[in-house]
Design a binder for this molecule. Structure first.
Ligand code: FAD
Length: 524
C-alpha cells in the first residue's frame, strides 16, 4: 500500500521521526512496529497563529518498496580527451557549470584564484584574529566561492522548480542530507559546506576535468570581438572553445579588465547598509509567540521590507540574507576595506541572530561617480568600505551602534555582546553611512520596530557595513544563448555578471551557461 498524506501537526510530532511514524500508525491504522516506510516530502512552519504548527506532506509505504526519492545519478562520463572549455571562478556557478559540461561531453578547465577549502580556513582565521585580509583567499575568494563559508541557505525566488530540484539532488548526491529536499527553507551550514564543495571538486577531477587553485586570470586572449582564452598571472595562456566567466561580485579587477579590454559592462541596481544583530532568543520569542522555542523548532528567522521617503525619493529598506543562530563575519576582499556578512552552522545554534538590513541605491546616488562609467556604483561601494575601515581604526574592527540610539541619534556608551570576532567600536553610524542610506535605514528600522516589539530597541545593534549584497555591475549577455552581447564565446555567468543572487540561482545559472556553450561551440 502507498499513501500520500498532508497534515498540520505540532512541531514535536512533525520534527521527530519516531513520533511522526507513531502518529501515522494511529491515523492510518497500521501497527507501530510494522515494516512501514514513512517519507516526508514537504515541510514548512506556520507561526502565524498563537500555536506554531507544521504543514507536512508525506508518503507512507506499507509492504511496498518505495520508489527512489532521487532521480539524479552521480555517474559522470570521462571527458579527459574531449574538447576543453574554460571556467573562471570555482563558486557555485563555476562548479555547477563544470559538472554540467562533463555531462554534455566537454572537458572543463576550472581556474580559481583562491585556495582549496582546507587551506582557505587558515586565511579566514587570520582575518578574524589578526585582521589580515589576503586579497586572494578570504570569505569571498577560494574553492566554493562566497558560498562555502556561509549559511548555505538554499532557497531562491526562481520559479524553475525542475532546475531547483536538480541542483538540490546534486547536493544530496555529494553528501548533503535529504532534509534539503523536504524543508521549505533548506540550508546546509558552514560546518558542512566545505566537505560538500570538496566532493563536487572530486567529481570533476574523477571525470577527467581540471581544477586549478591559486590560478588567477588577469587578461583575456581576444581576436577582435571573439575570446580565444585567458592569460594567467604567471603569464601562461590557456585556450578553449569558450569561456564561462563566473568570478562573483567581488572580483573588481575582472570588471576593470572588462572595461580596459572594451568588453561591454553596465551598471546595475544594488543595495547597501548594515548587519543587525539580536539575541536569537528574542527573535524566537517574537516569531514563535512564546518564551522558549523548545526542543523541536529551528532557530526562527524573519524577512522584513519597508518603503521610505527621504528628500522626495522613495527607497526600499529590507532585510537580506538572514542568518538565524549564526555569526557575523568580516568578508572584505582587500586590506583597508570593511565589509560584513553572515553565516551559520548547520544546527544554527549560536546565541545570535543576524541579518543584512539594506537600502536600495538609486541612480542619483552614483551621479558624483559618473566619470567611472559602468563602474560608478562599484566606486561608491569601494569608497564606503574604505571609509568605514578607516573610521573604525584600519583593521577589521567594525563600527556599531545600538539600534534605538541610532534612531534617536544618541551615541551608544556601551555596545552589547556580539558574534563578530574581530570586535566592534561604538560609532555614530550616521557618520559612517551617507544620508541616502542612513536616513532611510532609521525610518525602516522604526517601521520594523512597530511590527516586531523590541526589534528596533537597544537590545539590538547595527554593525557596518553590509555592502556586497549583489553585484553593482552587469556583464550583459544575450537572453537566449547567454553569450556576451558583443564578445563571441564569452558566457558571463552567476552573481558577478548580474544573473544570480545566491547559491541556488548561481548554480542553476552555471548549468545553463554550460549547456549554451556546449550547444553552440562543442558540436562544430
Ligand atoms: P562566487 O561564489 O563569488 O565565486 C566566484 C569565484 O571566482 C570565487 O571563488 C573567486 O575566488 C573566483 N575568482 C574571482 N576572480 C577570479 C580571477 N580573476 N581568476 C580566477 N578566479 C577568480 N547565498 C545563499 O544563497 N545562501 C546563503 O546562506 C549565503 N550566505 C552567504 C554568506 C557569506 C558570508 C557570503 C560572502 C555570501 C553568502 N551568500 C549566500 C551569497 C552566495 O555565496 C553567492 O551568491 C554565490 O556564492 C555566488 O556564486 P558565484 O559562483 O556566482 O560567485
Amino acid at each position: 500500500m502507498r499513501k500520500h498524506i498532508s497534515l498540520v501537526l505540532e512541531p514535536e510530532i512533525a520534527f521527530d521521526q519516531e513520533n511522526f511514524k507513531n502518529h501515522l500508525s494511529k491515523l492510518l491504522q497500521f501497527p507501530a512496529d510494522a515494516d512501514a516506510i514513512v517519507r516526508p516530502l514537504k515541510r514548512s512552519i506556520d507561526a502565524r497563529g498563537r500555536q506554531v504548527k507544521v504543514n507536512i506532506e508525506a508518503e507512507v509505504f506499507l509492504d511496498e518498496t518505495p520508489t527512489p526519492r532521487i532521480e539524479f545519478q552521480k555517474n559522470y562520463q570521462n571527458v579527459s580527451k574531449a574538447k576543453q572549455a574554460i571556467i573562471v571562478g570555482a563558486g557555485p556557478a563555476g562548479l555547477f557549470a563544470a559538472l554540467r559540461m562533463i555531462e554534455l561531453g566537454v572537458k572543463p578547465i576550472l581556474l580559481e584564484r583562491g585556495k582549496d577549502v582546507r587551506a582557505r580556513r587558515r586565511d579566514l582565521a587570520a582575518i578574524n584574529k589578526e585582521h589580515i585580509v589576503n586579497p586572494e583567499s578570504n570569505y569571498c575568494f577560494g574553492e566554493g566561492g562566497a558560498g562555502t563559508y556561509s549559511d548555505g541557505k538554499l532557497y531562491t525566488r526562481s520559479k524553475k522548480r525542475g532546475d531547483i530540484r536538480r541542483v538540490l539532488e546534486i547536493f544530496v548526491a555529494h553528501g548533503a542530507t535529504e532534509e534539503i529536499l523536504i524543508d521549505a527553507h533548506p540550508h546546509i551550514g558552514t560546518n558542512k559546506l566545505p566537505q560538500l564543495v570538496a566532493e563536487l571538486r572530486e567529481s570533476i577531477l574523477n571525470a577527467g576535468g581540471e581544477v586549478h587553485f591559486d590560478t588567477k586570470v588577469v587578461d583575456f586572449i581576444m581576436q577582435q570581438k571573439e575570446i580565444k582564452g585567458v592569460i594567467l598571472e604567471d603569464g601562461r595562456e590557456i585556450s578553449g572553445i569558450g569561456v564561462i566567466l563566473a568570478t562573483g561580485h567581488s572580483a573588481r579587477d575582472i570588471f576593470e579588465l572588462c572595461q580596459k579590454r572594451d568588453v561591454l559592462i553596465e551598471s546595475k541596481p544594488y543595495a547597501m547598509g548594515v548587519r543587525i544583530e539580536h539575541q536569537q532568543s528574542l527573535i524566537d520569542s517574537l516569531q514563535y509567540n512564546s518564551k522558549e522555542r523548545g526542543k523541536y523548532l529551528p532557530a526562527a528567522s524573519y524577512s522584513l521590507v519597508a518603503q521610505t521617503f527621504h528628500k522626495g525619493i522613495q527607497r526600499g529598506v529590507f532585510s537580506f540574507c538572514m542568518c538565524p543562530g549564526g555569526f557575523i563575519v568580516p568578508s572584505a576582499t582587500a586590506p583597508g576595506e570593511l565589509v560584513v556578512n553572515g553565516m551559520s552552522p548547520s544546527r544554527r545554534d549560536s546565541r545570535f541572530a543576524n541579518s543584512g538590513m539594506v537600502v536600495a541605491i538609486n541612480e542619483i546616488d552614483v551621479l558624483p561617480y559618473k566619470q567611472f562609467g559602468a563602474l560608478a556604483g562599484l566606486q561608491l561601494q569601494k569608497e564606503l568600505e574604505q571609509k568605514a575601515c578607516k573610521m573604525a581604526g584600519g583593521g577589521q574592527t567594525a563600527p556599531a551602534q545600538l539600534v534605538d540610539d541610532f534612531i534617536k541619534q544618541r551615541t551608544s556608551k556601551n555596545l552589547i555582546d556580539t558574534s563578530y570576532q574581530p570586535g566592534l567600536v561604538s560609532m555614530d553610524m550616521l557618520e559612517v553611512l551617507p544620508d541616502f542610506i542612513g536616513k532611510p535605514l532609521q525610518d525602516g528600522l522604526q517601521q520594523f520596530g512597530k511590527k516586531m516589539r523590541n526589534y528596533a530597541s537597544n537590545q539590538a545593534q547595527i554593525i557596518g557595513i553590509e555592502s556586497r549584497t549583489s553585484s553593482p555591475v552587469r556583464i550583459p549577455r544575450d537572453k537566449e544563448n547567454l553569450e556576451h552581447l558583443e564578445v563571441k564565446r564569452l558566457f558571463p555567468c552567476g552573481e558577478g555578471a548580474g544573473y544570480a543572487g545566491g547559491i541556488m540561482s548561481a548554480a542553476m545559472d552555471g548549468e545553463r551557461c554550460a549547456e549554451k556553450l556546449v550547444e553552440k561551440y562543442a558540436k562544430s
